[in-house]
Design a protein around this ligand. Structure first.
Ligand code: ADP
Ligand code: MG
Length: 235
């Protein structure tokens, strides 16, 4: 990758190392990871449990402090940025995690609106409309006012996907977002993310083990013991 593509890439990671624990328990979890992600692409992170996928994803997504090496996110170097700058950056991101963390007392639409509340705005009629629209996109148009308790695991995960997308994020970070979904709905969620990449230039970086999703990936990066052991462009 040349300097120009590095500068304009939504995410560029250089010489990234990371440690957990203190004193004698201090252990290196990430070793010299280098990745430059292209705008609008769908990148999959794979690897066995404990290989460092979640750690790399959270470092890229500004959810964890960078200890050593460079992470450039939307043109900002993360090492040493202020909390205020980090908050500004996170507002341009969407996060989907395995545990969907819906508020049990809020309906599907209200949960999706939480994806905008982080952005410090009021819920206008327009925002409610946007929340409903994105719920329709994920196939929940007939469940807008359901509470999580009355939704299946897969439907709850779709609400979490809708919540991540409602703010039109520039980058979506997803950690095994389809684990709770059956194969078909898992694939349709990722197809939707891929379409957003093509329509809006949304970049997606996703941890998954799902074979049917791998077919959709533009790039598959495999981690083992905290190191990249393979990095393949698909198309
Ligand atoms: P993966 O997501 O691929 O399963 P993780 O990124 O969660 O892997 O973990 C990578 C390594 O770092 C593992 O050895 C894990 O035990 C360790 N690790 C992750 N988070 C912590 C933590 N908060 N404290 C201590 N060790 C951790
Ligand atoms: Mg993980």
């Amino acid at each position: 990758m040349d300097d120009l593509s590095n500068a304009t890439a939504p995410v560029a990671v250089k010489g990234l190392n990371h440690w957990f624990g203190k004193g004698d328990a201090r252990k290196q979890a990430i070793w010299d990871v280098n990745v430059t992600v292209a705008k609008g692409s769908l990148t999959v992170l794979m690897g066995p449990s404990g290989s460092g996928k979640t750690t790399v994803l959270t470092l890229m997504g500004c959810l964890r402090d960078v200890q050593d090496g460079g992470v450039r996110l939307l043109g900002h170097e993360l090492n040493g940025i202020s909390e205020a700058q980090a908050v500004m950056l996170r507002r341009q991101l969407g996060f989907i995690f395995q545990a969907h963390n819906l508020h049990e007392s809020l309906t599907a639409t209200q949960n999706v609106l939480m994806g905008l509340e982080v952005h410090g705005r009021h819920n206008s009629a327009q925002q409610v409309q946007a929340a409903r629209h994105v719920l329709q996109l994920v196939g929940l148009g007939d469940r807008l006012d359901y509470l999580p308790a009355n939704l299946s695991g897969g439907q709850k995960q779709r609400v979490a996907v809708a919540r991540a997308l409602v703010s039109n994020p520039k980058i979506v970070f997803a950690d095994e977002p389809t684990a709770a979904l059956d194969k078909d709905s898992g694939k349709s969620v990722v197809e939707m993310l891929k379409a957003l990449g093509q329509q809006r230039g949304t970049t997606t970086i996703m941890v998954t083990h799902d074979n049917r999703i791998l077919e959709l990936a533009d790039r598959i990066i495999t981690l083992e013991d905290g190191r990249i052991v393979s990095d393949e462009h698909q198309h």
